[in-house]
Design a protein around this ligand. Sequence first.
Ligand SMILES: [Zn+2]
Ligand SMILES: [Zn+2]
Length: 385
Amino acid sequence: MMALSPSDIARLTDLRRDLHRRPELSGQERETAARIAAELGVLGADRIWRDLGGHGVAAEFRGAQDGPTVLLRCELDGLPIHEIGSLPYRSERDGRGHLCGHDGHMASMLGVAMALSARPARGRVILLFQPAEETGAGAQAVIDDPRWPEIRPDYAFAYHNVPGRPLGEIGLRAGPGNCASRGMQILLTGKSSHAAAPEDGLSPGPAMAQLMAALPALGQGTIADPDFALSTLTHAKLGEPSFGIAPAEGELRVTLRSMTNDRMTALMEAALHQVETHAGGLRVDVAWHDVFRAVVNDTAATDIARRAARQLGQSCREMPVPMRWSEDFGRFGDDGAKAALLYVGAGRDHPQLHNPDYDFPDALLPVVTDLFCGIVADILGRDPV
Ligand SMILES: [Zn+2]
Ligand SMILES: [Zn+2]
């Protein structure tokens, strides 16, 4: 692989800022995907797949000899959050922003594509630009695509930038890396009545009041504990704003979180048990949303990333506990790849992910491009052909 020149890095920075201006929401990444596919074509990919699991794009770069497949993954989607601030490349779309840094993750992968103008000695590299990460749907949708067997990797790597950690520090964690999480939507339906005669109806109010205490109480332990569970009330609605009607309908939303997938199963059962216990004669409808499985990082893949980072002189940190936030990258490990998600510091005082003033730090672009090229060279050989 070729090292990037200062003009390459300047081009990546421009690309990143251009992507930042035009964020698209999960599942709607049509323009972004078209832009990425065009860039990958210019950069000489041997093969490009489009519309993978939605708007996903993948590019293949082949070595001269057979060998393993290394997949590097980034995300196409922005967030339904209005960006604030005065950046010259601020989002041009009201209510949408690249406020998780996926613009930077994409630009890093395009940096790898530039470096792959000199191919690895063997095997192949797949650069995957995955749709719909923020909803937890995209990785599985890509894996469910009928063309996935053409792509299926032996190794898979991705990174997320992490505000609050020193800029460029490479965080590593073999084993559980990110929590499982899922949204629980609970609809409670009774019968409305005149507010003067509530006994003629059946209000979800009392059940909601009990569940608003009981569901958060299911959380227990700290993130250092494998039994860690968290249940966060995120929304509550009872009837319509009025004074004359005792309501018939109520809705609660809770986000469940746990370190392991098994613990999530138990937490879901406990939450459903609470709902049944408190529902009385109400009709109960439960729906699950934004389902993320835990990310469990493979030890061998983590070792490869550590070796590559050290060889480049990048500072590494062994993370003592997993991240509480979720990532759908875990699906690639579940699918059989030796997979590792890396946690790259975005700066100690950097605004947090999903904050309205967040902006990906461009200084990470060469750091991550070098790291991923080092990982590819470690697995597929250093000698360009
Ligand atoms: Zn995010
Ligand atoms: Zn993200």
